[in-house]
Ligand binder design. Structure first.
Ligand code: ADP
Ligand code: MG
Length: 538
């Protein structure tokens, strides 16, 4: 995907960059990375190094700002003093003069923007490192925004990626201790993410995809006839920013939108498997009808059914504190086999004490997620990028909801979505597919025995979790429901049992053990989450 050959111009840029990094005080870092060889350098303190790195990345331009932002999400690999600073990297930059944008638009639209549109305002309403956004009106009357990729940015990014990839190869060769972080793979992932983000056809597809799935959010329609890989035309949302000023001006509306935002965003993650990965208040507007509109589909995450299931097991484990299940999943995510590292299970256990249902605390998702990721880091378990994106998006979603209502109990707000996801997971069809997958994995035992066996057994242990906890937790569910005297909660449990009863009868003629399994599983899937919620209310 990225060329590995460096041109003469690349070498010149490399020299300029190394000089800039040196001037920023990063010589010791470059030596440590095996990128330069100099004697007599004093090592920097971790804080000074992090500060210098962040300001150098900002000066090196968009590729490096993005690299920094991605590194900022790798709290599973990097120390907190670095990720904390990296996550504050900005990408607001001075806009490109309109003349340059105009000629690119002429190429893309086949006409001058003043002709192609009924109105086109030459002053951008936003300018970031990758795109600038202009207001326009179609000849058919619709108000639109035209998102234009900064002219020439693709070439700059490709050149930077070539240099980064060359640097990664040098680091991998010269610094054995960094090999385990797989620098060339990290650069490949960055290249992939970045080249995807600058291709607006992918953004258009993601935007349409989410638009068709969501019933909660307004998503601007894309006008395909005007859109290319570097021009994206969509409906203009005439809305207000969901910020503190909005909350103070319209407390009642903000109060209703807050739980909706949290629920809607989590619904995309757990139910649809396609989610907005960066729903910060700058990418959201409140429409005049009082609905939430999502903008900017440059970063969209996708979660496979298997991943969603694993995330649910982790959520469910917050209730029954199944340390083994969560440790297994963490090992699976890091593609590691063998016994878990000795620190893992105690750390997961500690996590449950602080964030589990029994803790009785008002849980901050962002804080819980950070801590969960740091457990992975301390045990040298790297996490897959789709999950890191999910966890980060969870924290950002919580931030949006709390901007709208600082007192919102986010866990309570998202409970209905988790219940839905559990119900889907334990629907008969899902169970049948899951059973098939377990069988398939066990079937591999004959050919690649030990590893497949371990995985198969680990999976059975995880999936079996629901049945294993059935006896003590059934009692806990009914006790908790009784204690809370919550008729709504009882109704949900009853509905779950009736639903699973229906599954039982519809499956009669099938394997009774399987039907019984679905009965217990569905009832408990819902029950487990209820215990969580009800106990928190006690
Ligand atoms: N459809 C839209 N309607 C109204 N404003 C928009 C729309 N799309 C973008 N904007 C404005 O332009 C800004 C930048 O657009 P965005 O797609 O977020 O670009 P970037 O990828 O650079 O963040 C947004 O924060 C918002 O203020
Ligand atoms: Mg944006």
């Amino acid at each position: 995907m990225i060329s590995t050959k460096l041109s003469a111009a690349d070498y010149r840029r490399l020299v300029t960059m190394l000089r800039l990094l040196g001037q920023a005080g990063l010589k010791p870092t470059l030596v440590r990375l095996g990128l330069i060889r100099t004697r007599n350098v004093e090592p920097l303190s971790a804080e000074a190094e992090a500060e210098a790195l962040v300001s150098a990345l900002e000066r090196l331009g968009p590729t490096f700002v993005k690299l920094g932002q991605i590194m900022g999400t790798r709290a599973d690999l990097l120390p907190p003093e670095l990720t904390e600073r990296l996550s504050r990297l900005h990408d607001a930059v001075a806009p490109v003069p309109f003349e340059e944008v105009r000629s690119q638009l002429v190429d893309d639209l086949g006409d001058d923007p003043a002709e192609a549109f009924a109105e086109f305002s030459a002053t951008p309403i936003a300018a970031g490192s990758i795109a600038q956004v202009y207001e326009a009106r179609l000849t058919t009357g619709e108000p639109v925004v035209v998102k234009v990729r900064r002219p020439g940015i693709e070439e700059v990014i490709r050149a930077d990626l070539r240099l980064l990839s060359a640097a990664a190869r040098v680091i991998e060769r010269r610094v054995p201790s960094l090999r385990r972080h797989q620098p060339t793979r990290v650069v490949e992932q960055l290249a992939h993410a970045l080249l995807e983000e600058i291709d607006f056809r992918i953004e258009a597809r993601n935007q349409e995809d989410v638009r068709q799935r969501t019933t909660v959010f307004v998503v601007p329609r894309v006008y395909r006839q005007f859109s290319t890989d570097r021009t994206l035309v969509s409906d203009r949302i005439l809305g207000r920013s969901p910020n503190q000023a909005f909350r103070l001006a319209e407390p009642a509306l903000a109060g209703t939108l807050a739980p909706e935002a949290a629920r809607g965003l989590l619904g995309l993650m757990l139910l649809d498997g396609v989610f907005h990965a960066d729903p910060h208040p700058g990418n959201v507007l409140v429409t005049p009808e009082g609905r939430l509109a999502l903008l900017d589909f440059g970063s969209v995450g996708r979660l496979s059914a298997k991943r969603r299931e694993q995330v649910l097991v982790v959520l469910g484990s917050l209730v029954d504190a199944d340390v083994g299940a969560v440790s297994d999943i963490l090992m699976d995510w890091a593609s590691r086999s063998g016994p878990p590292p000795p620190g893992l299970e105690p750390a997961v256990d500690g996590f449950f004490t602080r964030y589990g249902a029994q803790s009785g605390r008002d849980v901050r998702l962002a804080e819980a997620v950070t801590e969960f990721i740091s457990i992975a880091r301390q045990n040298e378990l790297a996490l897959p990028p789709d999950l890191l994106l999910l966890m980060r998006a969870l924290g950002i979603s919580e931030g949006l909801a709390r901007t709208l209502d600082p007192d919102l109990d986010v866990v309570e707000a998202i409970t209905p979505v988790v219940l839905d996801a559990f119900a889907q997971r334990f629907s008969f069809k899902a169970l049948a597919t899951r059973g098939f997958r377990i069988l398939k994995e066990l079937d591999q035992v004959a050919t690649i025995a030990p590893e497949a066996l371990r995985r198969g057994v680990a999976r059975l242990r995880r999936e079996g979790l629901v049945v294993e906890v059935s006896i003590p937790d059934l009692k806990a569910v009914s006790d908790a429901v009784r204690r809370a005297g919550d008729t709504l909660a009882s109704a949900v449990v009853a509905a779950a049992l009736i639903l699973s009863g229906a599954l039982y009868s519809s499956a009669s003629g099938g394997d009774p053990a399987q039907s019984l399994f679905s009965l217990v599983a569905l009832g408990l899937g819902v029950g487990i989450w209820l215990v969580f919620v009800v106990r928190r209310r006690d």
